[in-house]
Design a protein around this ligand. Structure first.
Ligand code: 5GP
Ligand code: ZN
Length: 114
């Protein structure tokens, strides 16, 4: 999408601190980290939110999660644990309308989240 900041990051038109990339996924450090490690894992293809995902997108969603686990190992989070989050829509606290999986770790997380 033309005016989508994460589409631009995915296409390397805007800089980000990239930690993982393959042909359909990019992962980069969040600009306003809420944990010692805070990484966003995005599909390069634009989806406003996971509300747009259907059965044919299930593999992509799985690959986003698996990429998150690989990066968690890379960032030495796997043993202590971490959190993967998909904020969705207004009540879900989503502020960027391009699907992104948050990978957060390096501190103890609270439950329930605010
Ligand atoms: P949401 O609130 O939609 O779940 O998460 C959006 C996240 O994107 C926020 O944590 C915010 O800090 C991050 N973010 C917004 N704009 C940029 C940007 O231009 N670069 C990077 N690296 N992160 C961004
Ligand atoms: Zn986009």
């Amino acid at each position: 999408m033309a005016d989508c900041i994460f589409c631009k990051i995915g296409a390397h038109q805007i800089q980000a601190m990239v930690v993982y990339e393959d042909n359909e996924i990019l992962a980069f450090r969040d600009i306003n980290p809420q944990a010692p490690v805070h990484i966003l894992v995005i599909p390069k293809k634009h989806y406003d939110s996971i509300n747009e995902f259907c059965d044919t997108d299930a593999q992509l969603l799985g690959r986003l999660v698996v990429a998150g686990t690989k990066i968690a190992r890379q960032e030495k989070l796997a043993e202590r644990g971490y959190r993967l989050v998909l904020n969705t829509g207004v009540d879900g606290g989503q502020s960027v309308a391009h699907v992104h999986l948050h990978l957060m770790g390096g501190r103890s997380m609270h439950w329930p989240p605010g």
